[in-house]
Design a protein around this ligand. Sequence first.
Ligand code: CTP
Length: 214
Amino acid sequence: MSEHSHQCVIIGIAGASASGKSLIASTVYKELKEKVGDHQIGVITEDCYYNDQSHLSMEERVKTNYDHPNALDHDLLCDHLQKLINGEAVEVPRYSYSEHTRMEETTTLTPKKVIILEGILLLTDPRLRELMHASVFMDTPLDICLLRRLQRDVAERGRTMESVLAQYQKTVRPMFMQFIEPSKQYADIIVPRGGKNRIAIDVLKAHIGKLLRA
Ligand code: CTP
């Protein structure tokens, strides 16, 4: 990963779906925010950058392979990260998992000293890797990820158990094997067990804390 002397440093967190990426990102964010305030640190989720599919019917939207790199608008994500690095604010899209498309509203994000970026396919894209100062891979066992995903998608993303299991077999697991697992080689830190790994949280907090003080 390259060293940047810009105003905004990007830390990437990748790994399987439901591996604990957002948990570790939000824990590090919340604990540091209490000390330094939210003008210094922010979080971006790759999921916000799923392609806009508002022109497609619902029938067509459910057929999309959401675990393939082509499902994501990395052009827009790279553009936004570059703008933040240059000191400009961006409008982060909002995404609806039940509608499978981008929502009308956006969230304004002002430049921060550190942005934690989390998402499944971040480390597969050389442009994103180049924009990151450091990267983390959540190496959570896949059976744990599947259990969490099943619970979450039924409770929070408007899915049935049958649809979660069918999607897992058809795309989630194969795409993990093809794209996500091989991208682990690019990570600076590999975190076992999941987002509650306290030592990993403290290591990240210490590293980001140093960046914030610099
Ligand atoms: N996805 C979906 N339907 C969509 C868009 C995305 O089912 N319309 C799924 C993809 O299959 C992908 C997952 O969303 O596997 C990506 O989100 P995930 O990484 O599971 O969410 P996070 O909360 O970021 O993960 P974690 O639990 O690791 O924090």
